[in-house]
Design a protein around this ligand. Structure first.
Ligand SMILES: Cc1cc2nc3c(=O)[nH]c(=O)nc-3n(C[C@H](O)[C@H](O)[C@H](O)COP(=O)(O)OP(=O)(O)OC[C@H]3O[C@@H](n4cnc5c(N)ncnc54)[C@H](O)[C@@H]3O)c2cc1C
Length: 494
């Protein structure tokens, strides 16, 4: 039997964008309902099991997508739960750099300027850092943008193995810094700084994910939540969206609202608009798909165990911007959560478990990110049955190789003779963005500066789809800050 629900503002998707927006609108007086295709991720012992999470892919519940160049299916790096991808994220919460909001010249082209400056975004970064309880200490990062307020909590200190690694990088003239993190290490906080954070759900709710930090407080103040409800299409008439067609636990459901916000993650947001036949007068919907060039990097000293528990405290931005050292930006280096035997075995099935365990016990594990550039031809296609095809040819790869070369030299000097790297492929798209860029010109963008679609008066997209460039840093804090900025403009509630 079909059901119809009414509200004022319907938000589709409860990840970083949707939940933060719901939080910002919780006292607006509007009846806000958030729709989520997934359910609640269970809190259970398996949350922290490397073999369950990585070898068995226990929490990977997304459907397969298709690689447009090979026709092969792949499992995307997205997770359909209340809280979205943040339920398993690594909780690194840096701001983008001031320069990232302007035009930046790269090896393969130019990263376009955003229609919003860093100065306009800055107060919302402050608010997002408070909402997500970010731990950070300013002063160590050479590319750090100015800030109008301190971080809410001081940075997490390095454990001894990472302190020693930082010292050896510093002795080479590099400037490692303490990475801003969203975990609950305030006095009495729930975080125990374990090894099972990055890529794992948090069993003790100590990670600053969108559900814990934004959605739950919003629900407590009257925001509604419908789970297990897949948004099939938006139905419009006379230039306005009237309702969203949902399939909820197999049953058709209609949600009517005055205003609609799509926050499904960059690919799924574009796919929903495509299925609805909306917001594409620019022919840019689904195009400019970016994901970052990224590499997992293991530096191994077979003679020395890495006894670290929480590894993700260090960042390195010495080559983030062009300067004396490099003609073009190379990117960011940060730590991965500690890699462990079962995780390595899951990635390289042929590796005997004892070897995987030995490597994991003796490695320092890093994550390299280089900006990729928006291109029309990198695009997604959605079919009416919910299928998604991704056409992706990575660009700006030479700076990424150079970043890897420089880091390899640095870790060898720091005493790690062995280096193993793995460049992420089409399936590691957890930093996806750009599929509905914001801008002032309706011919050159899908969304206006307030993330409202140029074409449809009562339709917004509030997630990383709006990013004009991918930068080379983790996106979640910027997604949250942007959601707060959009809410503050008042157009969604006026
Ligand atoms: C392993 C991992 C580690 C990461 N680490 C970091 C990190 O350290 N720092 C960082 O900044 N970022 C990190 N990220 C990325 C970060 O999680 C994402 O950038 C962020 O969650 C994106 O927010 P979003 O709102 O755009 O989308 P999401 O968080 O993906 O939320 C989208 C939501 O929409 C729902 N949805 C989708 N389609 C529909 C539909 N048709 N109907 C109803 N609901 C729908 C989904 O189920 C989901 O809940 C990581 C991601 C992963 C997977």
């Amino acid at each position: 039997m079909s059901t119809t629900i009414d509200c004022d503002i319907a938000i589709i998707g409860s990840g970083m964008g949707g939940s933060t927006l719901a939080w910002a609108l919780r006292q607006s007086g509007a009846r806000v309902v958030i729709v989520e295709r997934g359910g609640h991720l269970p809190r259970e012992p398996e949350n922290w099991s490397p073999s369950e999470v990585f070898a068995e892919s226990r929490y990977k519940n997304a459907e397969s997508w298709e690689d447009g160049s090979t026709g092969e299916p792949f499992k995307p790096g997205v997770h359909y739960y209340v809280g979205g991808n943040t339920k398993v994220f690594g909780a690194c919460l840096p701001r983008f750099r001031e320069e990232d909001f302007g035009e930046l010249r790269h090896q393969d082209g130019v990263a376009p300027a955003w229609p919003v400056s860093y100065a306009e975004m800055e107060p919302y970064y402050v608010a997002a850092e408070r909402l997500f309880g970010v731990h950070g200490t300013p002063g160590g990062d050479p590319t750090e943008p100015w800030r109008s307020a301190d971080y809410p909590y001081p940075a997490l200190e390095h454990e001894p193995p990472i302190a020693a690694f930082a010292a050896s990088l510093a002795a080479q003239g590099l400037q490692p810094f303490l990475m801003p993190m969203g975990v609950d290490r305030r006095e009495g906080g729930a975080c125990i700084q374990c090894r099972t954070c990055d890529g794992y759900p948090c069993k003790v709710d100590a990670k600053s994910d969108a559900e814990v930090r934004a959605l739950r407080p919003a629900l407590a103040e009257g925001v509604g939540l419908i789970t297990g409800a897949y948004a099939v299409r938006l139905i419009s008439e006379r230039g306005r969206v009237r309702e969203v067609e949902l399939v909820r636990d197999g049953e058709p459901t209609t949600l009517r609202a005055e205003r609609f916000v799509v926050s499904c993650g960059a690919v799924n947001s574009a796919a929903l608009l495509m299925r609805s036949g909306l917001a594409n007068s620019s022919d840019l919907l689904g195009r400019n798909y970016m994901v970052h060039n990224s590499t997992f990097f293991m530096a191994v000293d077979p003679r020395k165990r890495n006894t670290v528990s929480f590894q993700k405290t260090l960042g390195l931005n010495d080559w983030y911007l062009a300067g004396e050292d490099t003609d073009v930006p190379l990117g960011n280096v940060q730590m991965l959560g500690k890699l462990q035997g079962p995780m390595l075995k899951a990635a390289r099935r042929w590796l005997p478990m004892p070897a995987a365990k030995y490597l994991g016990a003796h490695s320092v594990d890093l994550y390299l990110t280089t900006e990729d550039l928006p291109e029309r031809s990198n695009h997604i296609v959605a079919d009416s049955n919910g299928g998604i095809r991704v056409h992706w040819r990575p660009n700006n790869l030479e700076p990424h190789r150079e970043l890897k070369r420089r880091l390899t030299r640095a870790v060898r000097k720091a005493g790690f003779p062995l280096v193993f790297t793995d460049r992420m492929d089409i399936s590691t798209n957890s930093h996806q963005c750009g599929t509905a860029v914001m801008g002032e010109d309706p011919a050159a963008s899908v969304l206006d500066v307030g993330c409202r679609t140029h074409d449809v008066e009562n339709l917004w997209v509030v997630d990383s789809a709006c990013f004009p460039s991918s930068t080379a840093l983790n996106p979640a804090l910027t997604i949250a800050a942007n959601a707060l900025r959009v809410a503050d403009r008042g157009e969604i509630t006026s």
